[in-house]
Design a protein around this ligand. Sequence first.
Ligand SMILES: Nc1ncnc2c1ncn2[C@@H]1O[C@H](COP(=O)(O)OP(=O)(O)OP(=O)(O)O)[C@@H](O)[C@H]1O
Ligand SMILES: [Mg+2]
Length: 251
Amino acid sequence: MSLLATKRLRKHFGETHAVDGVDFTVNQGEVLALIGSNGAGKTTLVNVISGLLRPDAGTITFEGADITGLSAHAKISAGIARSFQLVNLFDQLTSLDNVALAIFSREGKTRQLLTLADGDRAVRDEAIEILRQFGVEAKASMVAGGLAQGERKLLDVAVAYALRPKLLFLDEPTSGVSTREKAPIMDIITSIVRSGRITAVIIEHDMDVVFTYSDRIVVMHQGAILASGTPDEIRRNDEVTTTLLGTSLPR
Ligand SMILES: Nc1ncnc2c1ncn2[C@@H]1O[C@H](COP(=O)(O)OP(=O)(O)OP(=O)(O)O)[C@@H](O)[C@H]1O
Ligand SMILES: [Mg+2]
């Protein structure tokens, strides 16, 4: 059984058919890359699945249950978390507090952040451990606004990970960082995801990253799914290479 499945999912913005009858399936345990040109509908699809936007039509099933109408908060409780294309951090708070806030919110204790200074040891320890896993422990007491772009991207994923999701959507985790930084960031993210047995959907434009790190690739084009397959199958798919013309697929 698939972990997540959408059926004929639709989200239009006036004349723009951002998501136009999409059947999208995520299998348990896979690292799936969701690709497609600018405006293909990738972020909108994730916004609808994660509850930020309501679909116009269609259904979303997660672990066999219909979650179509759930709020974003209820979907987090169900086990779906996401990071954002533009990072979504509290810039005035420290890295540690950004992660601690996610832990508190996971436990339904959103108002207790101010007490962290007094020491909620378990939360603090967990937050430090998560920062360590993501390689940014040294920046625990630095405000998020003061971090380098690569560290901000990692912290943003760490915050989503702190919600302890079963399914994690990452919207362009390496955007805005130098080519040199992309591989170390993806190494960290995918090793955490795989060792934690989390299922991940990664929206990504860099084809080297996509073909190196994903088990399966889903290609979106103009609000619809154009193709789905292993990296090898997608590489050999002429319709995909033609549609994504200008994007060279690594052989
Ligand atoms: N809130 C909105 N209101 C109106 N139109 C929107 C809204 N969000 C997205 N769109 C439009 O829907 C289409 C799909 O946008 P979306 O952001 O989902 O694409 P994307 O595949 O994530 O692109 P990118 O790779 O550039 O991030 C685009 O034409 C976009 O302009
Ligand atoms: Mg997008």
